[in-house]
Ligand binder design. Structure first.
Ligand SMILES: C[S@@+](CC[C@H](N)C(=O)[O-])C[C@H]1O[C@@H](n2cnc3c(N)ncnc32)[C@H](O)[C@@H]1O
Ligand code: SF4
Length: 342
């Protein structure tokens, strides 16, 4: 079973970000921990969990949440963790201090993901980040020294800064660091953020993803993910495996049903067991499988699509057949293929 835990606190809000996170409610962290534990206990029973294959602690910014709070959470799941459980935590370079990184490593977290976004100070300012390139490098080196073997960094690309030369520098800098995985996200201009509708912030060159792919030496196993080792958690999502979502705005999935706890912090604190349910129709499930399978190494089952259309794509080299599944050799055109096959 996969478990996602959401920590909705951030030190500041980045200009592009629409994730559920708050910068002014840090005094509610203790109360939030209590609510998290209440929901966690409930979900572990509801999902009848015997073993956790992955725990992913995301945000917001988990590195703003104190180690003793995570200790409480880990006590609850200790009997469900095995030596093979992938335990990932997201961290921001400005708040991942030595004590915190050491603390979570000692709790058994074995994968750390840093929100670096860029190694260029001007681009970081433009994105509204509150760390410097130096802080990002130091945080990653620190994690390695402390003992982390699996280290990811998140980058954002496709901004007005990102021409070929600029990206070469971003990736060559990343590769001087002891990382094993890169998540590179194309900048999305999200509604309700200062970046919304600012098309001029993007690099109009559609080839930018291909340039990036050439530069990253790790295998690409999803449109935005490159790794020496594939993340168990990511793969689980793309295979539409059931997952537990604990926290304000976290999403769970079980038996065709999506479960949404409140995303409003106060509402979640009042009732962490409240949930909205969305039952997916078989057509919606089929579309999910198409979109997720084609943008990743998961692929799609042969019987999910019309034979005639699939044959056409195979002829054009846009689909590869292996046993009873189809695979997309170019994740950057996944949505186009999924629409054609839907
Ligand atoms: C859940 S976020 C938070 C991680 C962490 N708080 C951080 O920012 O350092 C995970 C990643 O999503 C990416 N992201 C968030 N909003 C985005 C957007 N509008 N466009 C592209 N990538 C985005 C960023 O790379 C970010 O690191
Ligand atoms: S990108 Fe990360 S640090 Fe920035 S506001 Fe979003 S969750 Fe917080």
């Amino acid at each position: 079973m996969l478990l996602y835990l959401h920590i909705p606190f951030c030190d500041s809000k980045c200009h592009y970000c629409a994730f559920n996170s708050f910068t002014s409610n840090h005094h509610l962290k203790k109360e939030y921990l209590k609510a998290l534990l209440t929901q966690l206990d409930y979900e572990l029973e509801y999902f009848e969990v015997k073993k956790l294959t992955s725990i992913y602690i995301g945000g917001g910014t988990p590195s703003t949440f104190p180690v003793p709070f995570f200790e409480e959470i880990f006590k609850r799941v200790a009997s469900l963790i095995t030596p093979l459980t992938e335990i990932t935590i997201e961290a921001n370079p400005n708040s991942a201090k030595k004590e915190w990184v050491e603390g979570i490593y000692n709790l058994g977290v074995n994968r750390i993901s840093f929100g670096v976004q860029s190694f260029d100070s001007k681009k970081l300012k433009f994105l509204g980040r509150n760390h410097t390139p130096k802080m990002a490098k130091e945080a990653i080196n620190l994690a390695k020294r402390i003992g982390f073997k699996e280290i990811n960094l998140d980058l954002i690309y496709g901004t007005k800064f990102d021409n070929e030369k600029f990206l070469e520098k971003e990736i060559s800098t990343a590769l001087t660091l002891p990382i094993t995985h890169i998540s590179a996200y194309y900048l999305t201009l999200e509604p309700n953020t200062p970046f919304f509708d600012k098309e001029e912030y993007l690099n109009p060159n559609e080839e930018v993803g291909y340039i990036l792919k050439e530069l990253i030496p790790f295998p690409q196993y999803e449109v935005s993910n490159f790794g020496k080792k594939r993340s168990i958690h990511n793969l689980g999502y793309w295979k539409l495996q059931p997952y537990i979502g604990v926290g304000a705005g976290a999403v769970g999935f079980k038996n065709k049903v999506r479960l949404y706890p409140p995303s409003d912090l106060k509402e979640y604190l009042q009732n962490p067991l409240k949930k909205e349910k969305e039952v997916l129709t078989s057509q919606e499930l089929r579309l999910e499988k198409l979109f997720l399978g084609l943008r990743s190494c998961v692929g799609i089952k042969e019987n999910l699509v019309k034979e005639k259309k699939a044959k056409l794509l195979i002829k054009e080299g846009k689909l590869i057949k292996k046993r009873d599944r189809f695979f997309n050799p170019n994740y950057f055109i996944a949505d186009e293929l999924a629409l054609f096959l839907s």
